[in-house]
Design a protein around this ligand. Structure first.
Ligand code: NAD
Ligand code: TYD
Length: 352
């Protein structure tokens, strides 16, 4: 029987932070596509992130592990998958330092399983879209030029090494088997539904709860921040109009030194909670630096702008304000994801 849908798209990792924004955008904007969200629901995956789309007729959830090759073959057949947007991954650098094996397993072997399942059951000329990170390019000094699509891969953390390896496999499947692929490498994302182990939601939650803010090293490392919905819009655009076989960098030309960003968060949370300006600066606590801590990430997304006309829609101050408000208004979501395993993780990372 013919599928009643124009496309049957497999989105992996759709219950995670970025994945949930991509799923929401695709389900709402393209009612003619069937969106199959495949997720293992690790500690980082949460179906509560998708309550508003769970009953839509073009949305379907499958709980599965991308490391299970036979399960992937079955999913491609059963749902007649013709395109993939692959986001499922272990994504936190700190966890990759304590447990590198699970990063190789999920990010490398899981990606390889999907590529092979896609190759064996490919229907027509659609796309395998791999969502990756700018961390594969390594670290910049303060005065270095930005990462471009031509920058040599030079990953340092087990996380970035695993993402680099998966990028290489994706290109290998294009070059060897002719699988139509595209890759995007994005800078640090922030916004609603991010698991509070990453800097921005962790610190908003701690400021709110008057808990210490563990700043690694001197707080001088630089990250380039992009609002998550702008990333999702870029993925939509590249999925539909990107050139097969190409790579696109995604970023907002928005570099912040960690300590400066932390002060903006403190100011915003204090203001919104009616505290005295800067009251929570006393929570800043300098702690031992992360092992192999990359000094600076900064990405040049000019290609995406020039070729596909993408630009970030939000100024950073606006994005941070929206984000802080969201976390303050969704204490139930935070309480839910920070119960259970999170407590053990927090204790192991930061002590009591
Ligand atoms: P996340 O950790 O919030 O979500 C990852 C999702 O993948 C979760 O829902 C989890 O349950 C799922 N998952 C993990 N292992 C799985 C497995 N074996 N099988 C099936 N599902 C599994 O991650 P995120 O921040 O949303 O990142 C999504 C993707 O974007 C990742 O590939 C990451 O490398 C990439 N990326 C992230 C950022 C960022 O700033 N967060 C920036 C650039 C690229
Ligand atoms: P993170 O959100 O983990 O993203 P990434 O390591 O992928 O860039 O960290 C962002 C920056 O914040 C990074 O330089 C490490 C720093 N950081 C802290 O100083 N303290 C923390 O508790 C965390 C989680 C991160």
């Amino acid at each position: 029987m013919e599928s009643p849908f124009k496309k049957n798209i497999l989105i992996t990792g759709g219950a995670g932070f970025i994945g949930s924004h991509v799923v929401r955008l695709m389900v709402n904007n393209y009612p003619g596509y069937r969106i199959v969200n495949l997720d293992k629901l690790t500690y980082a995956g949460n179906l509560a992130n998708l309550r508003d789309v769970q009953d839509k007729p073009n949305y379907l959830f499958v709980k599965a592990d991308i490391c299970d090759f036979n399960a992937m073959l079955r999913v491609f057949e059963e749902y007649r998958i013709d395109s993939v947007i692959h986001l499922a991954a272990e994504s936190h650098v700190d966890r990759s330092i304590t447990d590198p094996f699970s990063f190789a397993q999920t990010n490398v072997m899981g990606t390889l399983n999907l590529l092979e399942a896609a190759r064996r059951s490919w229907r027509g000329s659609n796309l395998f879209y791999h969502v990756s990170t700018d961390e594969v390019y390594g670290a910049l000094e303060f005065n270095d030029a930005l990462f471009t699509e031509e920058t040599r891969y030079d990953p340092h953390s087990p996380y970035s090494a695993s993402k680099a390896a998966s990028d290489h496999f994706v290109r290998a499947y294009h070059d060897t088997y002719g699988l139509p692929v595209v890759i995007s490498n994005c800078s640090n994302n922030y916004g609603p539904y991010q698991f509070p182990e990453k800097l921005i939601p962790l610190f908003i939650n701690n400021i709110r709860n008057n808990k210490p803010l563990p700043v690694y090293g001197k707080g001088e490392n630089v990250r380039d921040w992009l609002y998550v919905e702008d990333h999702a819009r870029a993925i939509d655009l590249i999925f539909h109009r990107g050139k097969t076989g190409d790579t696109y960098n995604i970023g907002g030309f928005n570099e912040w030194k960690n300590i400066d960003l932390i002060k903006v968060m403190i100011k915003t949370v204090d203001r919104l909670l009616g505290r005295k300006e800067g009251e929570s600066e006393k929570l800043i606590t300098y702690v031992t630096d992360r092992a192999g801590h990359d000094l600076r990430y900064a990405i040049d997304s000019a290609k995406l702008k020039d070729e596909l006309g993408w630009e970030p829609s939000l100024q950073f101050e606006e994005g941070i304000e929206k984000t802080v408000r969201w976390y303050l208004d969704h204490q139930d979501w935070l309480d839910n994801v920070t119960s259970g395993d999170y407590q053990q993780y927090y204790k192991k990372m930061y002590g009591d």
